[in-house]
Design a protein around this ligand. Structure first.
Ligand code: ADP
Ligand code: MG
Length: 238
């Protein structure tokens, strides 16, 4: 479990806090999405959770212990690509995990089982992102942190990869923290949405999505999603 307790942050060159008194928690097995305006500090918050940035105030507690540095338990997938261009797909993974069985399984799980010997330049954008997912999972982290990781892909491929990530992370029992600007994705994937807004930025609202109680009536579900989207949009604009 990750607990974010009263975290505030101000960059040295700036006069005001970017983040102010942020509080929330991520339980094991959750898929949590953070939404908020561009520039409100989402990446800053993820970098704090990844341990790359030390917040000016507050603390992060992971499984009962205060943490303020990076660790193999938390792996980040960023917007760009993180592979080595001069290495085959398989070598890119072997660099992280030498276990052939694990590497083969991961490549097959992300749909790259016929690409072991291919080089990144031979892969489409979506395949390169699948390689990023496999590389992140090859570390066997407990928490997978994603900062708008697929925003360079077109909508159709993006939503397909998100669905695959959602199934895969459940299967592998990972806890996921995602930043996205796409509210449909946030609503579809997460069990909890953290809405950031205000100046300086704080947690405006935490929205819990209860999938078990979702109606079977398709038009009712669409109505609910429509209302939820409008609610979140309003909260972000406030
Ligand atoms: N290393 C940094 N030094 C100073 N200011 C920064 C740094 N990184 C980000 N910022 C500023 O902090 C604010 C929040 O940035 P960021 O966390 O990237 O927002 P988001 O991911 O929500 O778009 C922005 O105003 C940005 O310019
Ligand atoms: Mg960002």
């Amino acid at each position: 479990m990750i607990e974010i307790k009263n975290i505030s942050h101000k960059y040295k060159k700036q006069h005001h806090n970017i983040l102010n008194d942020i509080n929330f928690y991520i339980s094991d097995g959750e898929f949590v999405t953070i939404v908020g305006k561009s520039g409100c500090g989402k990446s800053t918050l993820l970098n704090i959770i990844a341990g790359y940035i030390k917040p000016t105030d507050g603390q992060m507690v992971i499984d009962g212990k205060e943490v303020n540095k990076p660790g193999k338990d938390r792996i980040v997938i960023h917007q760009g690509y993180d592979h080595f261009d001069w290495m085959s797909v398989k070598d890119n993974l072997n660099l992280i995990n030498k276990d052939e069985l694990v590497v083969n399984q991961l490549l097959s799980k992300v749909g790259l089982n016929d690409k072991h010997e291919s080089f990144p330049y031979e892969l489409s954008g979506g395949m390169k992102k699948r390689l990023s997912i496999a590389r992140a999972l090859a570390v066997n982290p407990k928490f997978l942190i994603m900062d708008e990781p697929f925003s360079s892909l077109d909508h159709k491929i993006r939503s397909q990869i998100y669905k695959e990530v959602s199934i895969l992370t459940k299967e592998l029992n990972k806890t996921v923290l995602l930043v996205t600007h796409d509210l449909d994705e946030a609503i579809e994937l997460s069990n909890k949405i953290i809405v950031l807004s205000g100046n300086p930025t704080t947690v405006h609202e935490v929205i819990y999505l209860d999938r078990h109680n979702q109606s079977n009536d398709h038009s009712k579900v669409l109505d609910q999603i429509f209302n939820l989207k409008n609610q979140i949009k309003k909260l972000i604009e406030d």
